[in-house]
Design a protein around this ligand. Structure first.
Ligand code: MG
Length: 353
């Protein structure tokens, strides 16, 4: 049972989400539609091979009698298989292979799919050593050359498919890595990223004897928007704030969604004065956000912002975040819609919120 299922390419695991039938990676039509180039200086040899392949059902067969054209043609068409004669005037098959190898390695991923067709049996070994995947002697049996062409194309197409799957997998890993550190609603970084990033930035500031500011934002009475206009409106507002934050930081700064309606900015190299000015600009800009949902204006939303700066207000991540959070608490206590900086030098403070 197991063997039968495997041979069908099935992952059958009854009742699980893995249950599916995998199609074969390379099918017969794939092979017959693969692109083939015939290279021989003798036109009748080219015609013979061309007719033979077409009769066997191959649909994409090109040819040339000029060896000097091969590399240009391959660069343009990236053939799945090249049937190559060795003895040709102007440029012999070995030189053609050398040039094809360079193109493959430089541009296409390094798989040289060349089947040498030669009247000189003495050249077979050298051709294989120079990278030909297979060699067949003239005169040849039609059935033998067709079998070799088919085998070579199958390997070539499997190689291409494996590369494609590899690229898909790489992209998937990249997407997942991004997802892990991104807030899905706002596309800002999330709290997990902040916890990885901030200690590194603090270490960098310590090494370079520079400063760093942490700005903690909270939208005042945000619950009102969700309650009055619904969560769709709340989400739209959070997205607008995110866009605003992204637009007002430099490349070296980061913006995170810290919690529901809480955001954190990390401004590397910023002084307390610079951070206060930026926070004030952002506070005003959020007030000016003018959003409507289904024709209804959401009204003004104000922001409370707490600021802590390395090294004055803390020398580690916990202390800095706590100091910014405390300053934010002060801003709320003192009437909201304001920017408050942490008090310097007291790393033992407790979080009051
Ligand atoms: Mg020849």
């Amino acid at each position: 049972m197991e063997a039968t299922e495997r041979s069908k390419g099935s992952y059958s695991r009854k009742g699980s989400s893995f249950e599916r039938e995998s199609p074969p990676m390379v099918t017969s039509p794939d092979i017959l539609n693969a692109s083939i180039l015939i290279v021989d200086d003798v036109p009748t040899n080219v015609e013979l091979l061309e007719r033979m392949l077409q009769l066997a059902g191959y649909t994409s067969v090109a040819s040339t009698t000029d060896p000097l054209e091969v590399c240009r043609l391959h660069r343009e068409n990236q053939y799945d298989l090249i049937l190559l004669d060795l003895m040709m005037p102007g440029m012999d098959g070995f030189q053609v292979m050398d040039c094809l190898t360079k193109i493959e390695e430089g541009e296409f991923g390094g798989y040289l799919s060349v089947l040498v067709v030669t009247g000189q049996p003495a050249h077979k070994l050298r051709a294989l050593q120079l990278g030909a995947k297979d060699v067949i002697s003239k005169p040849f049996e039609t059935s033998e050359i067709l079998a070799r062409v088919r085998n070579m194309l199958e390997i070539r197409l499997l190689n291409k498919e494996a590369k494609k799957q590899g690229r898909i997998l790489e992209q998937l890993v990249e997407d997942l890595q991004k997802q892990i550190i991104t807030d899905p609603l706002t596309n800002l970084y999330n709290r997990r990223f902040l916890q990885e990033y901030l200690p590194q930035e603090i270490a960098k500031a310590r090494r370079t004897s520079s400063s760093l500011a942490v700005l903690m934002f909270d939208l005042d009475f945000f619950k009102r928007i969700n309650d009055v206009f619904g969560h769709e409106a709340g989400d739209a507002f959070l997205k607008s704030v995110a866009t605003l934050l992204r637009g007002c930081i430099r490349e070296s700064d980061i913006a995170c969604r810290y919690g529901g309606e809480e955001f954190v900015l990390v401004l590397s190299g910023a002084s307390l004065d610079g951070a206060m000015k930026k926070a004030e600009r952002i506070r005003k800009a959020v007030m000016e956000l003018d959003l409507t949902i289904r024709g209804k204006p959401l009204g003004t939303v104000s922001t409370s912002i707490g600021i802590a700066v390395y090294p004055e207000h803390g020398t580690g991540m916990e202390a800095l975040l706590r100091a910014a959070d405390e300053a934010l608490y002060e801003a709320k206590e003192n009437g909201r819609n304001r920017v408050v900086a942490s008090e310097p030098g007291d790393e033992s403070r407790e979080t009051k919120k």
